[in-house]
Design a protein around this ligand. Structure first.
Ligand SMILES: N[C@@H](CCC(=O)N[C@@H](CS)C(=O)NCC(=O)O)C(=O)O
Length: 133
């Protein structure tokens, strides 16, 4: 069996890779609530994992410490990049960097593929129109 730390590190990586905005959180943490409120206000979808409610929460928290050098929650990743805690997230927002990261598009998501298909269809439609003229 793989060592627990390896598994936790992989789980953490999977959460970060599969979610454009990933918040490692604790359900009772006021800083986490503020950060989630911010993303809700910005209408940016996010995934939050409540480490205090997860069976393997403390292993994941250790894996996060090893990965990001940060032990506290919230621990925010956007487009695969470590943003940091609540104060880092609010500072990034004030600098105008938060939405840049959100829109960075380093990941391919199903909805991006849908947009890509729509764009291709519009292009084909324009092509057909040019041919009709
Ligand atoms: N300055 C940090 C404060 C975060 C903080 O203190 N979080 C507490 C929970 S409310 C924490 O992670 N405590 C350690 C723990 O729960 O393991 C930030 O801006 O994110």
């Amino acid at each position: 069996m793989a060592p627990i730390t390896g598994t936790s590190a992989q789980l953490v990586d999977n959460y970060i890779t599969n979610n454009k905005v990933m918040i490692f959180s604790k359900s009772f943490c006021p800083f986490c609530h503020k950060v989630k409120d911010l993303f809700n206000e910005l209408k940016v979808p996010f995934e939050a994992l409540e480490l205090d409610l997860a069976d393997n929460g403390s292993d994941l928290q250790s894996a996060l410490l090893a990965k990001s050098g940060q032990r506290t929650v919230p621990n925010v990743y956007i487009s695969g990049e470590h943003v940091g805690g609540a104060s880092d997230t609010f500072s990034a927002h004030e600098r105008g960097d938060l939405m840049k990261l959100v829109n960075k598009g380093t990941h391919t998501y199903d909805y991006d593929l849908v947009r890509e298909r729509e764009r291709e269809e519009r292009e084909r439609e324009r092509e057909r129109e040019r041919e009709r003229r």
